[in-house]
Design a protein around this ligand. Structure first.
Ligand code: DAH
Length: 341
């Protein structure tokens, strides 16, 4: 009997010491200490032994039981310790390790150009004002000397909303909004989205951005010369000091006289190239001296004030500045395009 106990002891302690997983230790525990184990059997059979043997074998068996329990406990704590060590190693944080760079975005090229334009006008004392994107017919057309059935309305193919308002077709409406609340003298610039029912192609889209400028003072104080000076300062600021400006007679209902203005091509300095289609000039926008009808439509007396206004497209400016040949790229959201700016 004593031999048997010693054998169990050797076997059990050896097996336990080799075990590496908690689950396997659990089954060893059942194997050596469970209800059906040899040791339990021996303890159960003690009652059939002589008094002396019972004492001796009983002591040995109980001692072995404790020993096996102890060694399993020891083994379990070793395994747990090791697992904890692994976790610590895996989840270690080195606070001195350089961080992962977060990819930063940047302003859209149109926004960059917009800020640049606003900055140039600000340096000439112009105030930046905001307008509405949805306008009523009066502010978008009538007050700008474009009454119903005026042929000039045909130049701006309009989206009409069901309630008679329009996504504005031009930022000139800001002139009216501003003068309804403010008396001259003032100089303002407004940049924002306009909408026209056009098919998209490389140079047209159903929505684009326009810049509107308006400078007004008492009659006799502002002349075409002032306009020319402001616009040429602006062009120089945007395209470089050597840029020249040219005015051509044109017609817009809200100005009299009216012009279109061109800048000398910044790519070939006026010699003629692919960008300016060989002309040396780049058409930029419309302008003129404010028609007196505009002043009377906002309640000013006729001939009390004089001023100039001009307007042009932001996309066009950005296209020339960066050599972009398709306006739809601005709205495509393609990072390969956007990341170049
Ligand atoms: N609003 C005009 C357009 O969208 C551009 C324009 C022309 C604005 C002449 C002006 C101006 O202020 O004087 O075609």
């Amino acid at each position: 009997m004593k031999n048997k106990i010693n054998k169990i002891k050797d076997l059990a302690l050896k097996e336990v010491s080799k075990m590496k997983s908690l689950a396997n230790l659990e089954s060893l525990k059942i194997k050596y200490l469970g209800r059906k184990s040899e040791l339990t059997n021996i303890l159960r059979g003690l009652k059939d032994l002589s008094k002396d043997e019972r004492k001796e074998v009983g002591e040995m068996a109980n001692k072995l039981r404790e020993e096996i329990e102890e060694s399993i406990k020891y083994q379990v704590s070793g395994i747990k310790q090791r697992e904890l060590g692994d976790i610590k190693e895996k989840e270690k944080i080195d606070v001195t390790y350089p961080g992962t760079k977060i990819k930063k975005g940047h302003l859209h090229p149109l926004t960059q150009v917009r800020y640049e334009i606003e900055e140039i006008f600000k340096s000439m004392g112009f105030l930046t004002v905001d307008g509405r994107e949805v306008e009523d017919e009066f502010h978008n057309f009538d007050a700008l000397n474009m009454p119903k059935n005026h042929p000039a309305r045909d130049m701006q193919d309009t989206f009409w909303l069901k309630n008679g308002t329009v996504p504005r077709t031009q930022t000139s409406s800001v002139q009216i909004r501003f003068m309804e609340k403010n008396k001259p003298p003032f100089r303002i610039v407004s940049i924002g989205r306009v909408y026209r029912n056009e098919n998209s192609d490389a140079t047209h889209d159903f929505n684009f951005n326009q810049i509107e400028c308006l400078m007004v003072d008492k009659s006799g104080k502002i002349m075409v010369a002032n306009f020319k000076s402001v616009v040429s300062e602006f062009m120089k600021g945007l395209f470089g000091k050597g840029t020249k400006t040219r005015l051509r007679p044109s017609y817009f209902p809200f100005v009299e006289p009216g012009f279109e203005f061109d800048a000398s091509c910044p790519y070939c300095s006026g010699k003629g190239c692919r960008i300016c289609k060989g002309t040396g000039w780049i058409e930029l926008g419309g302008a003129g001296m404010v028609n007196q009808n505009i002043f009377t439509s906002v309640g000013f007396s006729e001939n009390k004030y004089e001023g100039f206004a001009f307007g042009f497209g932001v996309e066009r400016i950005a296209m020339i500045k960066y050599g972009i040949d398709d306006t739809r790229l601005f709205y495509g959201g393609d990072l390969r395009f956007l990341e170049q700016f």
